[in-house]
Design a protein around this ligand. Sequence first.
Ligand code: PLP
Length: 421
Amino acid sequence: MTNKSAQLQSKAQKYLAGGSFGNPTGDLVIARGTGSHVWDSNGREYVDYLLGSGPMLLGHAHPAVIEAVQDQLANGTTYFAMNEKAILLAEEIVRAVPSVEKIRFMSTGTEATAYALRLARAATGREKILKFEGGYHGMHDYALMSLRPSKLADYPNPVPDSRGIPRAVEDTVLVAPFNDLEYATSIIEDYRDELAAVIVEPLQRIIPPAPGFLEGLREATQIHDVPLIFDEVVTGFRLAFGGAQEYYGVEPDITTLGKVIGGGFPLAAVGGKAQFMDEFDAKKTDEALIQIGTLNGNPIAAAAGLASINVLKQPGTYERLRAISNSISSALESAAADLGIAANLVGDGPVFDLVFTGNPVENYAHVLQSNRVHQANFLRELKARGVLKDSKFYVSIVHNTDDVAKTVEVFTEALAATVGT
Ligand SMILES: Cc1ncc(COP(=O)(O)O)c(C=O)c1O
């Protein structure tokens, strides 16, 4: 380590709880990023598949985003009152995302899912929610249920992921295995009088929905009048311009968005059919939900989001993104196959990873049964060779054929080192 990096790491140890920001990539200090590359504080360059954990779908410091942010910066950074950029961004989001008629902004995906659940509870007058084991919805109390349990749940009872969560919260959360439509449907039927919502990541982490799963959830929730929430914090504007709901062709009642819509700044949203979103409208309901936030619809974040969406809108963007993503994921799959490693390429388009198991990966239990030591080793071996990722590969629209060549070149070596061959 150079002095700079060593100094920063030792300050981090001294001043930050646990020596980090809490995020899994806490052992790395990034100094700068451009396009599909970042440099750490030692000046070491990486091909970046971390993408800030997803927001940087346009790559780092995209000129259109920089320009939009600079223009807005000169006009002030926050007003609390409404602002033009966020109103225009709301319009873009409503036009793009099939089921969304109105939105509200907040700053993080965690807030978005918390508000979505409260909205569903308010709309139905019911309290319980159904989530899927291994599904990530941020860090609030309801989300931290069976996110990454070390043992499987006694379904539908959840396993809390953190100390400090009231027992009362645990009693309101039901858990089912992802992709098990029969079980989820039975829970929806059994609990329909108490169930305020079903919340699901349409692409759970990297696991695609089995054919018919989302359609079946939609049908069961419709029959029993239970709102369906798609958490599209990751998939929104990524799987397609209209997100997973456009890509998979299934429309929820309520949608959460984050990451891409803020262009690398803190911005998230809850959106949905007017029938639900009117719960926030004091003109339409006596006890409208309150949703106040100092930085709600922040104009810098909205300017970055708007600029990002304008770039993403260009014809051919998603076809190119998918083509480049597929060339990386298929090379990874072949490298593992050539080495005879028991592994499965899991994901969809620009979101994927290799899971070290010879069995199909359709739910959290399958991930739990995979070789997670290999998983951690693979990440470390890639990083040692200048390829950065966290728990999955995120591909941007600016990853190019040189990046692919460099990445593919290190796969075989990194995989061989991973399994110790
Ligand atoms: C699907 C999903 N929902 C919610 C969140 C929480 O978003 P944030 O980290 O902005 O609170 C994340 C974050 O990765 C996510 O992947």
